[in-house]
Design a protein around this ligand. Structure first.
Ligand code: IMP
Length: 427
């Protein structure tokens, strides 16, 4: 004991990596439970910047063990590239510090090719996926024809299985849709090689975590994406194909709820979304540009994985309340409060004109009702204490707390590790 869960409460990009990086200082293990390399975060530590898509940001802390859970879909080429990059920069990324669940599914070039074709077949602009093959990899898992990480224990057979899958995808892509297909030649040998290298990392992640929790060690579970992108509970069909929620955490790691101590939701102080789908509080033009930033800074609202400009809007308190209820949050971290400095008044959606839809898939027709809140002009980046914050900034956070029904424990006021206010509400 204990298990602390970190979940995104919006459409991803809430700054979870940053919060996990902070909490990892006091954790023994960080375990990622869903998604694949559609996620991405940038962590800056000791003047060095790391771009991570699969490996949890906990890897930056030398005392932390990292695990990739069975709920994930893993592109082995990408995982090895991350391992090589981190190793080249002096970090220990050996199996002593990184484990991969045998139950995780393997994402292959066949999935990436199918993702692109399926997007093109969808009406209008499609879903706006990251085109990393995520949907097709989970499709194969659910259709019970996926290749699991444990298959890498026999590299030659694994290579042949990936080749067979690639051939099937190639004929579908070329014959049915006349698009260039992945090249199967050499795939068997390449993937057998990946398996040789990744085989030592394979483990039973659920059993490893159970042992750690029984020994009194602290486990931090890190989700990718956010609640509103959950396959079941998000804005379907504009969702990802995994479960970024608390249910997905337990399922994706293979642990029970008995050990859970905290469920920390991460919310940006405003709302962003990348990709298509409903966004009731979306702003356009200069107001959106103001929240987004120009792209000159790494923390501006442009995707880490795809570079796409994120859509920006006012905080949707109704959706935050939904995420709080759905995940059983115990507390919140609010990120990027500093970006709201100079905007007056600030708006937060508190509900919708016709009430909340039964199904978030119907959110597109919802018209938000707003409450306004006074703004402040102070630059918050140097603030470290809750009591010192401008009264209007505290008022804004208190409104967030009352909508979410849980205390805001952490507030980030800048991109650096130390630019955070820890209120220690539950410490
Ligand atoms: P997919 O996960 O690539 O299938 O994309 C499905 C939807 O989820 C798209 O709207 C993506 O933009 C969105 N999405 C996937 N991963 C992330 C993420 O890490 N942050 C934000 N949005 C994401």
């Amino acid at each position: 004991m204990p298990l602390d869960l970190v979940v995104g409460t919006q459409w991803g990009d809430e700054g979870k990596g940053r919060i996990v990086d902070l909490l990892a200082a006091h954790a023994d293990h960080v375990a990622r439970y869903n998604g694949g390399d559609n996620a991405g975060h940038t962590v800056t530590a000791g003047g060095r910047t790391f771009q991570l898509h699969l490996i949890p940001s906990g890897i930056i802390h030398p005392h932390v063990g990292c695990l990739l859970g069975g709920g994930m879909v893993i592109n082995p080429a990408r995982l090895l590239a991350e391992i090589d990059d981190l190793s080249a920069r002096g970090l220990d990324v050996s199996p002593a510090r990184l484990l991969v669940s045998s139950a995780a599914h393997i994402l292959t070039p066949a999935h990436i090719a199918r993702d692109g074709v399926e997007e093109g077949l969808r009406p209008g602009e499609g879903l706006g996926t990251t085109r990393r093959g995520i949907g097709p990899a989970y499709t194969d898992k659910v259709a019970r024809r996926g290749i699991r990480a444990g298959a890498m224990r026999d590299p030659a057979a694994f290579g042949r299985a990936v080749e067979a899958q690639t051939l099937a995808a190639a004929s579908w892509v070329e014959q049915a849709h006349h698009r260039p297909a992945p090249e199967p030649a050499g795939i068997a040998a390449t993937y057998a090689g990946y398996a040789e290298r990744l085989r030592p990392y394979l483990a039973d992640v659920g059993a490893t975590l159970a042992r750690a929790l029984s020994a009194g060690e602290t486990v931090l579970a890190e989700g990718a994406q956010g609640t509103l992108l959950d396959l079941d509970h998000g804005t379907y069909p504009y969702v990802t194909s995994s479960h970024p929620t608390v249910g997905g955490a337990l399922q994706g790691l293979g642990v029970g709820p008995r050990h859970v101590r905290r469920v920390l939701g991460v919310a940006k102080a405003f709302q962003t979304r990348v990709g298509n789908g409903p966004f009731p509080t979306e702003l356009h033009g200069a107001e959106a540009d103001r929240l987004r930033g120009t792209g000159a800074n790494p923390w501006d609202e442009f995707g880490t994985t795809t570079g796409r400009a994120r859509r920006c809007g006012w905080l949707d308190g109704a959706l935050l309340a939904y995420a709080s209820r759905l995940n059983g949050l115990t507390e919140l971290a609010v990120t990027k409060l500093d970006i709201l400095s100079g905007l007056d008044p600030l708006y937060i959606a508190t509900g919708y004109r016709a009430g909340a839809p039964d199904d978030l898939g119907d959110l597109a027709s919802s018209v938000p009702l707003y409450a306004d809140s006074p703004g402040w002009t102070e630059d918050l980046r140097a603030y470290r204490r809750w009591e010192a914050l401008p009264p209007a900034a505290r008022r804004y956070i208190e409104r967030v707390e009352s909508l979410a029904g849980v205390p805001v424990r952490l507030i980030s006021v800048g991109p650096e590790r130390e630019q955070i206010i820890d209120r220690e509400v539950l410490a």
